[in-house]
Design a protein. Structure first.
Length: 411
């Protein structure tokens, strides 16, 4: 590779790490020690000789440097295409919907019937599952405000129904805000979902809201707090594992929380805790079978999908990716473009961890992930860093990589 080509591969995250570290007056040795990595490794990260393959590494460095992970990733990014630009515009509507009303302070207005609002919330959820994230937040401001009006002015069953719908609407808002890199707004949406879930007095919905609240806290730089909150919730909600009259929703939500616990533990390099959570989720999935409560697709297949992501955080990516080659995951069964994109992106990350020997496979899976959910993948900092790493290692010009760079706005 010639010098000109090397100059095309800026270490975006690494450069930000170096700038923040110097502003903090920290030496390489001190910053590396605080992050739990070697000084040489940190130096290579800053120079772009090593790349950020794990979300946990970004979080560890942000904690060491006393900043937000978003300060290092540079999110939110400029939109690389018109669809992403449209998605970013609806984020403003989410913010307006969350700020124009609260559960007990609402504008003087007449909201639509709950049946009409339910239809909209369910439509938004289907769009989110289909990786149409901008459509998942169309008119989000009105839906959020009107549901909160129902809660503030309604009584009895009507109030509980409105609270149930608000949990789901705020969860959709959380996903969209997270997708486009607006993490503080995502945390606000997740908190609103949690507060609404408390009003429903349904343990299943409280667990579902925690599935948003916990990662929203972690992404804002509070991973340790997120783990404590998750562990407390799992302890308090053990009863959800019981299945009565084929109602598996509680067990599904409990299983999702265990998967989230596994991912958080993996990001903190706690291998034993990660595997213990996966074992719990696997056992619950064996009991529930393939389900799709609240469009979350909990079951044996989705547990396998999550295991690929968890392995990538534990630097076990190549081993698990190769096992997936031998024993393919039937992702078509889930009928979810969002989950399909997640699987293929984590497979791309996993092959990228082989440091050159499986880069062709990494490119192939990155291409597939981008086809399934371009708005999600093109806004992911690890995807951008992976493209830079693959380009840097490529011995010859690659049309596929050039195309990816252009689509991601990295050309």
């Amino acid at each position: 590779m010639n010098a000109d080509q090397r100059r095309l591969e800026p270490a975006e995250i690494g450069e930000r790490v170096r700038k923040v570290r110097r502003r903090r007056g920290l030496s390489l040795e001190v910053a590396a020690g605080l992050a739990g990595i070697s000084m040489g490794y940190l130096s290579m990260l800053e120079r772009g000789e090593r790349r950020f393959e794990r979300r946990g590494l970004v979080e560890d460095l942000a904690s060491a440097l006393g900043c937000s992970p978003a300060d290092l990733t540079g999110q939110p990014y400029l939109p690389p295409d018109s669809e992403t630009a449209a998605g970013k515009r609806v984020v403003a509507r989410i913010e307006q919907g969350l700020n124009d009303a609260t559960l007990d302070d609402v504008p003087d207005m007449r909201p639509r019937d709950l049946s009409d609002l339910r239809e909209l919330v369910e439509s938004h959820a289907r769009s989110r599952d289909g990786a149409q994230y901008s459509a998942a937040a169309q008119d989000a401001d009105l839906v959020l405000v009107e549901l909160q009006v129902h809660i503030a002015t309604g009584t009895g069953p009507q109030r509980r129904e409105a609270a149930e719908l608000l949990v789901r609407a705020a969860y959709n808002a959380f996903v969209v805000a997270t997708t486009y890199g607006y993490f503080h707004l995502a945390e606000q949406a997740a908190r609103r979902a949690y507060d609404a879930a408390v009003l429903t007095e349904q343990a299943e919905l409280l667990a579902f809201a925690m599935f948003a609240r916990v990662p929203s806290i972690a992404r804002a730089g509070g991973r340790d707090r997120a783990i404590r909150l998750l562990d407390r919730t799992l302890s308090e909600q053990r009863g959800l594992s019981a299945i009565h009259h084929d109602n598996t929703l509680g067990a599904e939500m409990l299983g999702l929380l265990h998967l989230m616990g596994a991912h958080l533990a993996a990001r903190g390099r706690d291998t034993d805790a990660a595997h213990a959570h996966v074992d719990e989720a696997t056992q619950l999935a064996a009991r529930t079978g393939e389900r799709n409560g609240l469009l979350q697709h909990f079951g044996p297949t989705n547990v396998q999908v999550w295991q690929v992501a968890i392995a990538a955080e534990l630097d076990e990516g190549p081993t698990v990716a190769e096992r997936t080659e031998r024993e393919p995951i039937d992702i078509v069964r889930l009928d979810s473009r969002d989950r399909a994109a997640a699987l293929h992106f984590d497979l791309a990350r996993s092959y990228g961890q082989a440091h050159g020997s499986r880069d062709t496979h990494a490119v192939q899976h990155l291409e597939i992930a981008d086809r399934f959910a371009p708005q999600r993948i093109r806004q992911d900092p690890l995807a951008r860093d992976l493209i830079a790493a693959l380009s840097h290692r490529s011995r010859r010009r690659s049309w596929e990589l050039d195309s990816l760079r252009n689509r991601f706005g990295l050309g």
